[in-house]
Ligand binder design. Structure first.
Ligand code: F0G
Length: 437
């Protein structure tokens, strides 16, 4: 059997079979991870194999997740993998965003280019593969919108029933629309993400439904490919920093695990530092690091941010994320609503664009650079987690000066770009053109 599940809690480390349906350790309640004995092909051989697969037409090789299957070898049979050709996302230089943040250079790894428009697809293809392998028929998740959109897509493609739970009124319309279109049974619950997650974890256990939140260790396996692909795009030269937004902290866990495993098999020589950025109104992980990472996380009872993707007060994967941030001498920053909104507009001005949660990265980099925590000449990659069109309502409000923060106060439209209403009159339009260009 390839690999096993292992309790992440250092004082437990109980192993379980890779086919056990478990999300947490039955002994101590700790998080679980997939663990492997990587059998050592030489790094150069593996790099060549992965390069060659880019020329293949086989669906598995064209996937930006399964192309790297040697690093996530939990399946013994790939015949039922559902791939929508996830991953394969670009690494984009963004000099204007670098200038805005006070850096010499900056690249964005844009996960919004995924089939359902977010990084969740990298993890979902792996989670759904495990669901199919276990013979599950119904998959479920709680979501701030992207996980549910992604799960709905992969479940539909794989012939599974999808049930999603979302906090009513608190997810962006683009994401809700996707779930409906992909045919998921959609429950809008009158509670926040953290409350619903507790409810659904319970329900999953009792009803034999397979849970595909990031507490599922196979989701994490898939998301490792984001970092693997990025390093391959950089010809295996690690950056100084990888910056990402933090919500439930699954992605932070995945990135750290990927980096440690890549180093262990000799594919990279050193670890980049992870920098996690949270929205000020939903920043319990930032608070934990301010306390030196001591003790337990203290949940934020009523998390608030317009970046609804990361509106999470009790991140489930915090023990893993804490370990990974510390293992890479990383940092955790928090940013305001205004900082997120302005950074987002700047990413748009690069011709790139992203959803609000993703823009927390650039806002955080600006803050860390200003504080001297990130050197001006540092080699930095920021991961944009979701597509611009996930949340068009936010964009329209920002550019027209109507975006209100969670406290009801209007945000400044610092880089606003108002549409101009004009009469059907060529001369007047010509005059306006002269004035405005
Ligand atoms: N960025 C986006 C666009 C997200 O959708 C999420 C999480 C994150 C960042 C944070 O990632 O949870 O791994 O720390 N969205 C989840 C969801 C919670 O339900 O779609 P994380």
């Amino acid at each position: 059997m390839p690999g096993r599940l292992l309790c992440f809690n250092p004082s437990c480390r109980t192993p379980f079979s890779i086919t056990d349906v478990l999300y947490t350790c039955p002994k101590c309640g700790g998080l679980l991870e997939a663990a492997y004995e990587f059998r050592g092909a030489a790094p150069e051989t593996v790099r060549c194999l992965w390069r060659e697969r880019r020329l293949s037409d086989a669906p598995l090789d064209r996937s930006g997740v399964w192309r790297y299957r040697e690093m996530l070898p939990f399946l013994d049979d790939y015949s039922r993998v559902v791939t929508l050709r996830e991953g394969n996302t670009p690494l984009l230089d963004a000099p204007a965003a670098a200038r805005y943040a006070g850096l010499d250079g900056l690249a964005f790894k844009h996960q919004g280019y995924n089939p359902s428009g977010s990084f969740k697809d990298n993890g979902m293809t792996a989670g759904v593969a495990q669901a199919l392998r276990l013979g599950m028929e119904i998959v479920a998740c709680v979501s701030t919108g992207n996980t549910s959109a992604s799960m709905a897509a992969y479940a539909a493609a794989g012939g599974l029933k999808a049930v999603i739970f979302i906090p009513r009124g608190n997810i962006a319309y683009g994401k809700l629309a996707q779930a409906l279109e992909y045919g998921a049974l959609t429950f809008q619950v009158e509670a926040n993400f953290d409350q619903i997650l507790r409810l659904v974890r319970d329900l999953a256990e009792k009803e034999g439904i397979y849970l595909l939140n990031s507490v599922n260790p196979f989701r994490i396996e898939g998301q490792k490919s984001i970092v693997i692909e990025m390093l391959e795009q950089r010809n295996w030269k690690p950056p100084d920093w990888i910056v990402l937004p933090g919500g439930n902290l699954g992605n932070t866990s995945a990135f750290g695990k990927a980096l440690r495993e890549l180093q262990a098999v000799g594919l990279i020589a050193r670890l980049p530092r992870l920098a996690v950025v949270q929205a000020e109104g939903a920043s319990p992980f930032y608070d934990l690091l301010q306390r030196g990472g001591q003790g337990e996380i203290r949940p934020v009872e009523h998390p608030e941010t317009l970046a609804t993707a990361i509106k999470i007060g009790a991140p489930v994967s915090w023990p893993k994320a804490l370990y990974e941030v510390q293992a890479t001498s990383g940092l955790v920053e928090k940013v305001t609503e205004q900082e997120i909104a302005d950074a987002k507009a700047q990413i748009g001005r690069c011709g790139i664009g992203c959803e609000p949660a993703s823009a927390a990265t650039l806002a955080g980099i600006k803050k860390m650079a200003a504080a001297g925590a990130m050197r001006r000449d540092a080699d930095v990659v920021a991961v944009l987690t979701g597509h611009l069109l996930k949340d068009p309502d936010y964009i329209y409000r920002y550019h027209t000066g109507r975006l209100e923060g969670p406290d009801g106060r209007r945000l400044k439209s610092t880089f606003g770009n108002q549409p101009v209403v004009v009469p059907n009159d060529a001369a007047k339009i010509a005059a306006l053109l002269k004035e405005k260009t």
